[in-house]
Design a protein around this ligand. Structure first.
Ligand code: CA
Length: 232
């Protein structure tokens, strides 16, 4: 799949793309799971990034005990995980993200947020750190979707909200499960490897392009857009 030559919208994941929040999430997951005798390393937490909390808990529980976790336990662990995460300071904006968002906007493209997060303060934080970029009409959050990543639903909804087709958009993701969702939606998917995973994991998830960071994507942006027109 080639970079779209009629690009109209850029669909951005949030955690690990716009905010450097993943170190706090992985630490919180590891701490709380260990508290309950469940083993999830910090690095493995990155592999599950983008799943619902319930699904992550159940995968680990099933692996250890050979049966499903009860809804009560899932609720308990997830509440503790959220509390643990909130003990950390607010995550910093990801280096390079602001430059890329401004470029996307200046290019006349529609920026769309597609996140599995359901933080109520989301819109405030986005407008504080990235003023004038995202509008509420162009956001897909945990409250909008039924399935969540790796299901293509969130990204298909992002296309619908932007009013564009799959070949008129790209996805910017950092996690294997998010990459799977973008690819399953039929969208050219760029992975930025902002965490500790081997980049091969992102390629195996189907990423059409893997770059080491958001500044690297910003640097590559002009040539990516130019390359999409070389077929003419
Ligand atoms: Ca992410």
């Amino acid at each position: 799949m080639n970079f779209p030559n009629n690009l109209k919208a850029v669909l951005f994941d949030m955690d690990g793309v716009l905010f450097n929040s993943m170190p706090y999430h992985s630490e919180a997951w590891h701490t709380v799971m260990e508290r309950h005798g469940l083993h999830l390393s910090r690095e493995e937490a990155y592999l599950h990034e983008g799943r619902t909390g319930a699904s992550t808990i159940n995968i680990v529980y099933l692996r250890q005990y050979g049966k499903e976790a009860t809804p009560e336990l899932i609720e308990q662990i997830y509440a503790e995980k959220s509390a643990e995460f909130n003990r950390h300071p607010e995550a910093e904006p990801m280096p390079g993200a602001s430059d890329l968002l401004k470029r996307v906007k200046a290019d006349g493209l529609i920026p769309v947020l597609v996140t599995g997060s359901g933080q109520r303060t989301l819109i405030d934080r986005l407008s504080h750190h990235y003023p004038g970029i995202f509008t509420p009409q162009h956001m897909v959050t945990a409250f909008d979707v039924k399935y969540g990543k790796p299901h293509p639903e969130p990204y298909l909804m992002g296309l619908a909200k932007a009013g564009v087709k799959a070949d008129e958009a790209i996805v910017i993701e950092n996690a294997p499960i998010g990459v799977q969702a973008g690819v399953a939606a039929g969208i050219f998917t760029v992975a930025v490897n902002t965490g500790p995973l081997d980049e091969q994991v992102l390629r195996e998830a189907g990423a059409h392009l893997v770059l080491p960071s958001m500044p690297a994507l910003y640097e590559a942006w002009p040539s990516l857009r130019a390359s999409s027109h070389t077929d003419y």
